[in-house]
Design a protein. Structure first.
Length: 168
């Protein structure tokens, strides 16, 4: 659980999707229509959404230098199924990457990742290193070396574990 502020721009979509499941209790918001609604996920695509969620989590763990929490389909393989095009605004000539098909969750996630890459924020969206957490959080630390979703919760827990290990 995180008291940190939401990440910038459309990264919020990735952040919120990754945090729909509590790995410690297996409580999964995508099990319910209310939990799926904010993401526009239909019941028959929920397995794909869960696969995407764990591929994203593995990428966010990699951002913090950690191996994947479990075997996943590489995120790049999934995103390759949602092609993006360059759009140009005729009014000011500004360009952006947009999904060919705006609808599916995968397309919206691909666009969010592309936007974050352009903004330089993608690498800062990370997953907490605590194995019973792996919650997504946006690392606002100046050096970008944050390790936990919350210093108060997971950081303190990790310190306690190290302390206990030392006491043996
Ligand atoms: Zn955590």
């Amino acid at each position: 659980m995180s008291e940190r502020a939401a990440p910038p721009g459309r990264l919020t979509l990735v952040h919120d999707l990754v945090n729909t499941v509590d790995l410690a209790t297996d409580a999964d918001a995508l099990d319910t229509p209310e939990g799926r609604a904010p993401f526009g996920i239909a019941e028959d695509t929920v397995d794909d959404a869960r696969e995407l969620r764990e591929s994203l989590r593995a990428a966010l763990l990699a951002h913090a230098g950690h191996p994947a929490h479990r075997p996943v389909v590489p995120l790049g393989e999934l995103l390759a199924r949602a092609p993006l095009v360059v759009t140009v605004d005729p009014a000011d000539g500004s360009a952006a990457l947009a999904p060919v098909d705006e609808g599916p969750l995968l397309s919206r996630v691909a666009a969010a990742v592309a936007e974050a890459v352009t903004a330089g924020t993608w690498q800062r969206l990370k997953a907490c290193e605590s194995p019973d957490c792996h919650w997504a959080y946006y690392d606002r630390s100046p050096a970008g070396r944050g390790r936990w979703c919350s210093m108060q919760v997971c950081g303190a827990r990790a310190k306690m574990r190290r302390y206990r290990a030392k006491q043996g």
